[in-house]
Design a protein around this ligand. Structure first.
Ligand code: ADP
Ligand code: MG
Length: 402
């Protein structure tokens, strides 16, 4: 069911309490090294400010202990960056406690078109435990609740669930980023145009098991690459050298292969591999077809696999991609991931709908400078994977229906 969005409620002179995901990487000098998550929240922020609302932003950052203020986990640099991105808008950052007296008095003194950024929610352990009393204090700040934190949507933290529950009777809406994520992820999965191809890779079968099982009944083809392919190949009795294998997942891999064989979904494993002796740019490199000899690790899909995947992707009308095809962080093992990215980008150009999810996968397409060439690159690693698993999120269910 579609959710009501922030642009569908009157915000003039109202306090809009908005949960964002400002969990950005910050280096030792306190510098933000990637401000994408701040920029992606701008449509919601501007929508409220341009319509004369009062905006209160709350987020977590990193993993503080939950026992009070920690300077290295302060959202202060984030508030400063936001102010730079919004020239002419007053951005305040009151005190070092999101429910402290400075925060409360700054909020009560706010004018229209102003922004208060609250300090890191996770300085209180009650954020993670979903504590009702803590949530009630936050809920008091708002006339309207808005959730724009897709990256945290799979977690029932206080600001995600107990706060909107405490604001029952007031408007509780989705922000524009959250709406965009839901639109692409849920509609791509549930109303996909065939042929529908899922590309799954990355480190572990165990991480992607739920997604494989859920997608099996929905997609025409699953292309498997990355380290997880080796658990499947091992299950098929192939030699995989010293490639990463999850020994305890071999039986499960067999069950998935059997399920795929019995279904209309094709599950395609790599036929050749770019191998090294270890994960290093200085390792000797050999391409092996089929069996991988003793002492060699499969670190990327090989050229034949890459071109086979490319041919299948060329005919796709819907593509979901989660998980890199190899150790893309280390050359020359980035080639398979890059070629798959290019194949999906070409299909997108021809009209296919493409969604890229997963933290490392999104980082890879960003590093290739290709993020604009897909229909959507998800901002939520864990959340997008759980959507591929077909899970419903309480934090979204609680929001008003459109
Ligand atoms: P995502 O975050 O996109 O969901 P994962 O976290 O599942 O992706 O996996 C990403 C990691 O998998 C990358 O760091 C990459 O180096 C690693 N990886 C991919 N292929 C291999 C491989 N063949 N051997 C070892 N590691 C691999
Ligand atoms: Mg990851």
């Amino acid at each position: 069911m579609a959710k009501k969005t922030i642009d569908q409620v009157d915000v003039a002179s109202k306090r809009v309490l908005t949960r964002v995901d400002f969990n950005v990487p910050i280096d030792d000098e306190g510098k933000i090294t990637d401000d994408r998550r701040i920029r992606q929240a701008l449509p919601t922020i501007k929508s409220v400010i341009e319509r004369r609302g009062k905006l209160i932003l709350m987020s977590h950052l990193g993993r503080p202990e939950g026992k009070g203020f920690e300077p290295e986990h302060s959202l202060k640099p984030v508030a400063a960056r936001l102010a730079e991105l919004l020239p002419g808008v007053k951005v305040m950052f009151p005190g070092n406690d999101c429910v402290g007296p400075e925060a409360a008095s700054a909020i009560s003194a706010m004018n229209d078109r102003e922004i208060v950024v609250l300090e890191n929610l996770r300085f209180h352990k009650q954020e993670k435990t979903g504590d009702g009393l803590f949530a009630a204090k936050l809920a008091n700040y708002g006339d309207i609740y808005c959730n724009d934190a897709f990256g945290t949507a799979h977690r029932n933290d206080a600001s995600m669930l107990a706060v909107p529950l405490a604001m029952k009777g007031k408007p509780r809406v989705a922000g524009l980023l959250l709406q965009k994520e839901l639109k692409y992820l849920s509609e791509a999965i549930n109303n996909a145009k065939p042929p529908f191809v899922a590309v799954l890779g990355g480190a572990k079968v165990s991480d992607k098991l739920g997604a494989i099982r859920n997608l099996m009944s929905k997609v025409d083809t699953i292309l498997v690459g990355g380290a997880m392919a080796y658990t499947f190949l091992k299950a098929l009795g192939q030699e995989v050298g010293s490639s990463l294998v999850e020994a305890r997942m071999v039986n499960e891999a067999n069950a998935i292969l059997a399920a795929a064989a019995a279904s209309r979904t094709d599950l395609v494993l790599p036929q050749d591999h770019v191998c090294g002796k270890q994960i290093s740019q200085y390792t000797p490199v050999e391409v092996h077809e089929g069996n991988i000899p003793y002492g060699w690790m499969g670190l990327d899909i090989g050229p034949k696999t890459s071109s086979q995947f490319g041919t299948i992707l060329a005919g796709a009308k819907t593509v979901i991609w989660n998980g890199p095809m190899g150790v893309f962080e280390t050359q020359p093992f980035d080639v398979g991931t890059k070629q798959v990215a290019q194949a999906i980008a070409r299909a997108t150009k021809k009209g296919a709908m493409s969604v890229v999810g997963g933290g490392e996968t999104a980082a890879a397409v960003e590093a290739f400078g290709m993020a604009e060439q897909f229909s959507h690159v998800s901002t939520g690693g864990g959340a997008s994977l759980e959507m591929l698993e077909g899970k419903a999120f309480d934090s979204i269910a609680v929001l008003d229906d459109a």
